[in-house]
Ligand binder design. Structure first.
Ligand code: PGA
Length: 261
C-alpha cells in the first residue's frame, strides 16, 4: 500500500479531495464510498470548496455509505444516513437519489445487508472508498477478528468503539447502538481504490499495525495490504509510530505528479 504523510488533517483532506476531483473529471458518474466519523470531514470541506468554486463538477457523482447503526429511528441525526446527507450530499448540491446506503431500520436486517452488498455490485462497484480507522484497527465497522472475506452484514460493536463514539450521543454510551450494518472487508477490498485517512496521536498505534504489521483479522485495516491500489494518508501524529516513515516520505516526494494518488 502507499503511505502518504501529510503535515495535518487539512492537508490530508485537500490531497484526498484532489484525488476525488481527478476521478470525477475522468468519470463524472463515479461511485464514491463515503465514511463517517470526525476524520473525513476535512475531505468533504475541501471537496465542497472545489465544487462551489467551479473547479469540480460533482453533479453526476454517486455516493454510497460504508456502514450504518442498526435500530436508530429513521431520520435520527446521528444515523449515518443523516450524517452523510448533512456532511456530503447537501454541501455538494446532490440529491438523495444519488445516494445509496443500507437500511439500518429494516425488520429483516440480514436481507437488508445482502440487498446492499448486491446493489453496490449492480451499481458497477465502488470507484473510490474513503475509510477512517478505529483505535482498535477497524475499517467500516469491521471490528477485530472480522473475517477478511466478509461481506456486508450485521456486527456487534466493541466496548471501545462505543466509548469512542459516545461523543456523538451526548457522551452517553447507553445511547450508542450495539449493532451496526457494515460493508464487509471483502466488500471493501472490491472497491477500485480504498483511501484511508488517519489523523491524531490516538490512531498512531492502529496505523503502525495496519501498515507494518502482518495481515491479520485482529487488525482489520491490515487487509488493505491485499489490495493492489490502497492509499493510507496520515498526518504526522498518526505517522509517529511508523518505523518506515522516512522511506514513505522519500517515496512520495519522488513520485511523478501525473500519477496522482
Ligand atoms: P473517527 O472514526 O474518524 O471519528 O475517529 C473513525 C472510525 O471509527 O472509523
Amino acid at each position: 500500500m502507499e503511505v502518504v504523510i501529510v503535515p495535518d488533517a487539512t492537508a490530508g483532506g485537500e490531497l484526498i479531495a484532489e484525488a476525488i476531483a481527478a476521478l470525477l473529471s475522468r468519470k463524472p458518474d463515479a461511485l464514491l464510498g463515503v465514511a463517517t466519523g470526525s476524520t473525513p470531514l476535512p475531505i468533504y470541506q475541501a471537496l465542497t470548496a472545489k465544487v462551489r468554486s467551479g473547479a469540480v463538477d460533482a453533479s453526476r457523482a454517486r455516493i454510497c455509505q460504508l456502514d450504518e447503526y442498526v435500530g436508530l429511528p429513521a431520520g435520527h441525526p446521528e444515523s449515518y444516513r443523516s450524517v452523510v446527507l448533512r456532511e456530503v450530499i447537501e454541501p455538494l448540491g446532490l440529491s438523495e437519489k444519488s445516494f445509496m446506503g443500507p437500511d439500518g431500520s429494516a425488520e429483516d436486517v440480514q436481507a437488508a445487508c445482502e440487498a446492499y452488498d448486491k446493489a453496490l455490485t449492480e451499481a458497477g462497484g465502488v470507484d473510490l472508498q474513503l475509510l477512517g480507522i478505529g483505535t482498535d484497527g477497524h475499517i467500516g465497522f469491521n471490528e477485530p477478528c472480522s473475517s477478511l472475506a466478509s461481506r456486508t452484514r450485521i456486527k456487534t460493536l466493541t466496548e471501545q468503539t462505543r466509548i469512542d463514539n459516545a461523543r456523538f450521543f451526548d457522551d452517553d454510551i447507553a445511547q450508542v447502538p450495539r449493532h451496526v450494518i457494515t460493508q464487509g472487508i471483502g466488500t471493501i477490498l472490491e472497491s477500485r481504490h480504498p483511501v484511508l485517512l488517519a489523523t491524531g496521536e490516538g490512531k498512531a498505534d492502529a496505523v503502525a499495525r495496519t501498515v507494518e504489521g502482518p495481515v491479520a483479522s485482529v487488525v482489520p485495516a491490515s487487509a488493505l495490504q491485499l489490495h493492489p491500489h490502497a492509499t493510507v494518508v496520515v498526518d504526522e501524529a498518526a505517522a509517529s509510530k511508523l518505523k518506515l516513515a522516512d522511506y514513505f516520505r522519500a517515496t512520495y516526494a519522488a513520485k511523478p505528479q501525473w500519477q496522482g494518488l
